[in-house]
Design a protein around this ligand. Structure first.
Ligand code: HSE
Length: 443
């Protein structure tokens, strides 16, 4: 029986989980594979810090090169994170004919086309189940399980840190700063939380999901991104009053001609399944034209859920290796993906429902001035709440509205005009809504 050898670059949290699974489940994995699956080497610059798993000393090396140069190693697992030196290591591994598993969504979103082209040219595979939603098998679902479908729309809660913060703000009335501090104390948010809270990590993941959904090149630049760091708890409370929850959603929708590509805080009806996804949990809700709606829910980060995804990739590549079938399923699910692009719908052309909040003077005629401007831009109000005098700043009161469908360019222009009214304190706050009861597209 041939042995398949694995080298792991990066012995951090996820690396420790992968090492634990490979060591503790070697027999089970080898039985499933029909071939001995061996953890051959682990590289990390810091070999001294304590880890949750004990490994034979001879497996450890401080040099990535010891893995990249070892002709016996068949599969390299990149768990270093970041762009450099991870990109160089992956290119070197590919060049040496090794198959690669990675959890690195940032690297894939920025350099995935280059890496995938290099792998294809060399006849090796790159697998990345762990790059999106940790333990949720969303990549294999899009790449294989849903291969017969045109993906009509996909909504994702792809970042546990943001979802934890929003849950704390919504359920406990915390400020953004308080909720972020809780997320940091719980170990979800980094000391510098920018990548998570500004929606960048979610955009990296949506980039990958869109490529799989549409069989097209990775295109991070196409995605419009807004994070959660400027959210006021007031808006989460008003959203609740209207029967919504505020979630950071990754959204893509295919109208048959162009696709939406956006990440932003979004109002979701409280009865929708995505509204029930709380704390640090992740979920993807998508609709395939044949399969219909599907919800995948689970842990999107953490040592063992992410390691579960990494090891599933290792097994998959090892299976292909034992059958000489590398590349049987293309990494983006479509043989021609790297040659294909999708036409992106500019945000200005988006047609959706909006939540607006204005800080307005509590005087007769103010609402009619505001609604007059909205009317001028063909924006119809579906519901409105005006709060009492104590709530606003500088003598203003909040006026909160939900609109029927409007074009984004019109909504922005109307808000600009409203902000110029002397009876309104700018800036107006707005969020987009995904609600099947308000517009025809189904969520
Ligand atoms: N930082 C990410 C999150 C996990 O909070 O979901 C890794 O992708």
């Amino acid at each position: 029986m041939k042995t398949i050898k694995v080298g792991v670059l990066g012995f951090g949290t996820v690396g420790s989980g992968v090492v634990r699974l490979l060591l503790e489940k070697r027999e089970m994995l080898s039985r499933r594979l029909g071939t001995d699956l061996v953890l051959a080497r682990i590289a990390d610059q810091d070999l001294e810090r304590p880890r949750p798993v004990t490994v034979p000393r001879e497996l450890l090396t401080p040099r990535a090169q010891d893995i990249l140069d070892d002709p016996e190693i068949d599969i390299v697992v990149e768990l270093i994170g970041g762009l450099d030196p991870a990109r160089d290591y992956m290119l070197t591994a590919i060049d040496r004919g090794k198959h690669v598993v990675t959890a690195n969504k940032a690297l894939l979103a920025h350099h995935g086309n280059e890496l995938l082209a290099a792998a294809t040219a060399k006849g090796v595979e790159i697998a990345f189940e762990a790059a999106v939603c940790g333990g949720i098998p969303i990549i294999v679902a899009l790449r294989q399980g849903l291969a017969a479908n045109r993906i009509q729309e996909l909504f994702g809660i792809l970042n546990g840190t943001c979802n934890f913060i929003l849950t704390q703000m919504s359920q406990h009335g915390m400020s953004y700063a308080q909720a972020l501090a809780e997320a940091q104390a719980a170990g979800y948010a980094e000391a510098d939380p920018t990548l998570d809270v500004e929606g960048i990590d979610t955009a990296h993941k949506l980039t990958i999901l869109m490529s799989l959904a549409y069989g097209a090149r990775l295109d991070l630049e196409a995605i419009a991104v807004e994070g959660i760091s400027r959210l006021d708890p007031l808006d989460l409370q008003f959203a609740r009053e209207f029967g919504y929850r505020l979630k950071l959603l990754a959204i893509t929708r295919d109208d048959g001609h162009r696709v939406e590509a956006r990440v932003h805080p979004t109002l979701v009806p409280k009865g929708h399944m995505l509204s029930q996804v709380n704390g640090a949990m992740n979920a993807v809700y998508l609709t395939g034209d044949a399969a219909g709606p599907i919800l995948l829910y689970g842990q999107g980060a953490g040592m063992m859920p992410t390691a579960s995804a990494v090891v599933s990739d290792i097994l998959d590549l090892a299976r292909n290796l034992t059958h000489g079938a590398a590349g049987r399923v293309p990494p983006l699910g479509c043989r021609l993906a790297l040659e294909s692009t999708r036409l992106i719908k500019p945000m200005n052309d988006l047609v959706t429902n909006y939540y607006f909040r204005f800080a307005a003077l509590d005087r007769p005629g103010v609402l009619s001035q505001v609604s007059g401007i909205l009317g001028k831009y063909a924006i119809s109000i579906a519901a409105v709440i005006q709060k009492g005098r104590v709530q606003g700043e500088a003598g203003t009161v909040p006026i909160v509205m939900i609109t029927h469908e409007a074009r984004e360019a019109d909504a922005l222009q109307a808000l600009k005009e409203i902000d110029r009214l002397t009876v309104v304190s700018p800036p107006a706050i707005f969020y987009r809504i995904e609600d099947p009861h308000l517009h025809a597209a189904q969520i």
